[in-house]
Design a protein around this ligand. Structure first.
Ligand code: ADP
Ligand code: MG
Length: 369
């Protein structure tokens, strides 16, 4: 009888951003949390000279001879994420051995919780480790981002990949998108993260997102700075009159949002739940009124959440135009919060939201045992 092949499994988490929205492409601060929802890549050596990848959810993802990996082309489906990673690793000189990789995930796909980055990071670790190599985490994060940008065709920032690799239990990750320096931030004890998915997806989200990116770049140009990160809250009153209406509103959001991230971190250090509530409320209002990326469903979910007992704070999270809200809820109130928010949303919009109760989890690694 043949000995069973040694299979090794690697995991990487999804993420939600607590504070710092639309700041990443302005070289600002973000504060994501890696979640206890994860993608797993189980890799077993194969005897056929090929790298083969399957997803339990989306089926076969194709197969290539390992020596071809530097010259493959995208297929236009989900396999572009893992094979984009394989290609980047091969281009970086890592000799990927023949493997059969099976993907499973508990991160909902396309809900704005970073399932694509979780997939990339789990596959990157699996392929690197089975090649007998070790890469610095920052290089892995950059390589996953490059795979998503160049092979899967999404112009993403580095936040999701960074959170998937650097997350830690009960901690958020304060990331400076200019220097790529980070620091772990302890969250309030006894607080849970509840993500509420409005179920709304606007077709125009991608083009509106790109428009925000160019509006910010135009504002930075007019102000003579490399990016809006170069403008502080103190500089703002003198600079504001130089901008026409729309770029002024966009820049006002970004300048103050960067400061809010730092204030959020300070409030966590002080254990100041009242301050967190006000920061999240101000962040949501700014995204809704100045950045204009909210929608009636998200505004409703935030307002309704703030009226429910045990809620520390609530705001929309992610790019906007639908998607999710992030809610900080005291542990003992989570159950009643989930029921109450679903009931209120259902009554107002005749649809049930998906509600995910989460904890801050560790970043990517091997699953032992
Ligand atoms: P998000 O990252 O917010 O979930 P994206 O649109 O960036 O949304 O990525 C979602 C895509 O990632 C899916 O449509 C699919 O192509 C790919 N993906 C994520 N998880 C899996 C999985 N378990 N199996 C196959 N493909 C996956
Ligand atoms: Mg994604």
């Amino acid at each position: 009888m043949k000995a069973p092949l040694p299979m090794r499994t690697f995991r990487a988490p999804g993420r939600v951003n607590l504070c710092g929205e639309h700041t990443d492409y302005n070289q600002g601060y973000v504060l994501p949390v890696a979640l206890d929802m994860e993608c797993r890549a189980a890799a077993a050596p194969a005897g056929d000279g090929r790298l083969t990848i399957d997803s339990a959810l989306l089926g076969p993802g194709g197969s290539y001879r390992v020596e071809e990996l530097t010259s493959i082309a995208p297929r236009g489906d989900w396999s572009d994420y893992p094979f984009g990673v394989a290609r980047q690793l091969a281009l970086a000189g890592i000799e990927i051995p023949p493997l059969a990789v099976s993907i499973t995930s508990t991160v909902p796909l396309g809900a704005g919780l970073g399932s694509s980055a979780a997939l990339e990071a789990a596959v990157a670790l699996a392929l690197t480790q089975l090649a007998g190599r070790e890469l610095p985490r920052l290089q892995t994060a950059k390589l996953c981002q490059a795979a998503e940008r160049e092979f899967a065709g999404t112009q993403c920032g580095i936040m999701d990949q960074f959170a998937a690799l650097y997350g830690a239990e009960n901690r958020a990750v304060l990331l400076d998108c200019r220097s790529l320096e980070h620091r772990l931030v302890a969250l309030l004890a006894g607080m849970r993260i509840v993500v509420v998915d409005s179920g709304v997806k606007h077709k125009l989200a991608a083009s509106a997102y790109n428009r925000r990116v160019s509006e910010c770049a135009a504002a930075a140009r007019r102000l003579g700075v490399e990016s809006l990160r170069g403008v502080s809250v103190e500089d703002w009153p003198a600079l504001e009159p130089k901008l026409p209406d729309i770029p002024r509103k966009r820049a006002r959001h970004v300048v103050h949002e960067n400061r809010r991230v730092l204030a959020f971190v300070e409030a966590c250090a002080r254990g100041d739940a009242g301050a967190l509530r006000e920061i999240m409320r101000a962040a949501h209002r700014s995204l809704s009124r100045d950045y204009e990326v909210s929608c009636p469903e998200l505004d409703f979910l935030v307002e309704a959440a703030l009226e429910i007992d045990g809620v520390v704070g609530a705001r929309m999270t992610g790019g906007g135009f639908g998607g999710c809200t992030v809610n900080l809820v005291r542990a003992e109130a989570v159950e009643s919060f989930c029921a109450a928010i679903a009931a209120r949303y259902g009554q107002a919009f005749r649809r049930a939201p998906r509600v995910y109760c989460c904890r801050a989890a560790a970043g990517a690694g091997e699953v032992k045992g």
